[in-house]
Design a protein around this ligand. Structure first.
Ligand SMILES: [Zn+2]
Length: 574
């Protein structure tokens, strides 16, 4: 006997075998039991969730004659009478399946409707099943309306579509509509385990989880993938071969990346990205897996008790919960959004791994400042305490700032200096001497601090014109012994006058008259202006995403053909 693929072999033959669609099954069973039948049904749902299957079971229920041949309409088709067997094998004359995707025109529909005038040949009812009904042309829809509204008593319509939005309202209003849901991975997992048990195919639970996830809610896809996996793994399903077959990224890399991002550990991020490249693992599916894990983390953060409802045997649950605990909720949201948008960029870059690294590093760059986990700051703090004896003569900036404020208050002098809200942490924690540009982390902390100071000076209007431009365009390369070394790209910004005005503004703002500025010309990689630019772009992108997903806008585009004029969306505060 030839091998029957799993998806066909395990296609449900009656309502009780249907998996994961109990809300639809319940309604249909009740209707059949009480014989309150509608003349047209519309089943909606993504591919592989059971639209055609429900339609066939419904046709059997309507036409089943029972084991003894005396049966009536039933919610439990017997499966052995002539009608049941013929519908199962696809040769029941009164059950017609038409695929509207390949029969879109008015002629095909007219041909079908011509059959409607004849009574059923063998069955109780004629059933017309039109799949992908949204593909019909408008004239075809119009040709169908009359019959759909008042069909002969012996005729039932079953329409199915993956895209109900495209079905005209005139058709929708004449049908009883049921939405078949995509199946949850747990539901698919259970069903797969059951099927493989019946088939006597040994399978790792983790391999089944991968297949269940890859099916994206479609039981048919899950069974087809399982067929492939059985062939691929020559008769058994183990995690490694299923992973290879699906081309999916080992989640341990994903967890390592997320953990490194949570700790602000750029080195591990870059190294892991390099490992992905060496192993030829897809950059796109890495980002996709990351979004999946981040989504789970966000759910756990919002509803911690959801953890207990999960598949407890899954070792990934514990790791997800741990990450959900160490990464703040707002950063989880930010990472999710960046990963999602980052996927679109992969194709634009000449090298997808370079693009992946950029996306991952962007996640670090946009980490809210001061949000580094305690472990990441520990080395700097140690240096700070270790070095304090050697530089005890020098007072930390913060202390100076506070003292000068107290003194000026005591002298009740008019506050000439624009008050800086708070001295950035990077400049408080460690004595100035130990902060140099050699370490990338230190350098980014300098960047954070510089950006914050400059933006506050600009907001307080303590700097203007060329001085402001110098501050915004410069990178703070080091800060040693009270000398702050700035670097700018344009010679015109390194004029002594602007430097002196900026120096005075800093001395006043930080209450430290000893601050000296030096300005050199060279390549700038991190300036307040650049940071502001990136933040603005991100804000603009968020504003655009907000408009594009706004329900009102979506409705207007769909119903009225409205268009968004490119470039017309502006973030309100910018
Ligand atoms: Zn039957």
């Amino acid at each position: 006997m030839s091998y029957l693929v799993l998806a066909r072999k395990y296609r449900p033959r009656n309502f009780s075998e249907m998996v994961g669609q109990s809300h639809v099954v319940q309604a249909l069973v009740n209707a059949l039991t009480t014989q309150r039948l509608h003349h047209a049904y519309l089943f909606t749902g993504t591919r592989g969730v059971g639209k055609t299957t429900v339609s066939r079971i419904l046709a059997k229920s309507l036409n089943c004659t029972g084991v003894g041949g005396q049966g009536d309409i039933t919610a439990e088709p017997c499966g052995v009478c002539q009608a049941c067997r013929d519908i199962d094998s696809g040769r029941f004359v009164d059950y017609t399946e038409l695929d509207a995707a390949s029969n879109r025109g008015v002629d095909e529909i007219a041909q079908l409707l011509e059959q409607a005038v004849y009574k059923p040949v063998v069955g109780r009812f004629k059933v017309f099943m039109i799949d992908e009904v949204h593909m019909l042309t408008n004239t075809a829809f119009n040709a169908m309306l009359k019959t759909l509204e008042e069909p002969p008593e012996y005729l039932k319509f079953v329409l199915a579509t993956t895209d109900p939005q495209k079905v005209p309202a005139t058709v929708l209003s004449r049908c009883l509509q049921f939405n078949l849901r995509p199946m949850a991975p747990e539901t698919v997992l259970q069903h797969l385990a059951q099927v493989l048990n019946t088939e006597n195919v040994p399978a790792d639970p983790q391999a089944l989880r991968l297949l269940a996830r890859a099916a994206r809610g479609s039981m048919r896809d899950a069974l087809s993938l399982t067929d492939q996996a059985i062939a691929f793994g020559s008769g058994r399903l183990d995690e490694a071969s299923v992973r290879t077959m699906l081309g999916s990224v080992d989640r341990s890399y994903v967890f390592r990346l997320l953990d490194a991002l949570a700790r602000g550990d750029g080195r591990t991020v870059v190294e892991t990205s390099e490992i992905l490249r060496l192993n030829g693992l897809s950059a796109a599916s890495t980002l996709e897996e990351m979004t999946t894990v981040l989504q789970r983390m966000a759910v756990l953060q919002a509803v911690p008790e959801m953890a207990s409802g999960d598949d407890n045997a899954d070792p990934e649950i514990a790791e997800t919960a741990r990450l959900a605990h160490i990464l703040p909720a707002d950063e989880t949201q930010l990472l999710y959004s960046l990963c999602l948008h980052g996927r679109g960029e992969l194709g634009l870059a000449p090298d997808e791994y370079a693009a992946l690294t950029m996306v991952l590093l962007r996640l670090l760059a946009f980490k809210p400042s001061g949000a580094l986990a305690p472990t990441a700051l520990a080395p700097a703090a140690q240096i700070a305490t270790g070095g304090s004896a050697a530089v005890s003569g020098k007072k930390p900036l913060a202390e100076l700032a506070v003292r000068s404020q107290v003194e000026s208050a005591r002298a009740s002098a008019p506050a000439a200096a624009p008050a800086i809200e708070r001295v950035p942490e990077a400049l408080q924690g460690a004595p100035a001497e130990v902060v140099t540009a050699t370490d990338p982390l230190e350098s980014s902390r300098l960047g954070d601090a510089w950006s914050q100071i400059v933006n506050q000076l600009a907001a307080a209007e303590a700097i203007a014109a060329l001085t402001r431009e110098l501050a915004l365009q410069s990178e703070l390369c080091s800060q040693e012994g009270g000398v702050w070394s700035l670097r700018v790209e344009r010679e015109s910004l390194s004029q002594p006058a602007a430097r002196e005005r900026l120096q005075t503004a800093l001395q006043l703002a930080l209450g430290d008259p000893l601050i000296k500025l030096s300005v050199e010309v060279g390549q700038v990689t991190d300036s307040p202006a650049r940071r502001n630019g990136i933040a603005l772009t991100e804000k603009q992108r968020a504003a655009e995403a907000l408009i594009h997903t706004d329900p009102l806008v979506v409705d207007m585009i769909r119903d009225w053909g409205a268009k968004i004029v490119p470039g017309s969306i502006k973030s309100v505060s910018s």
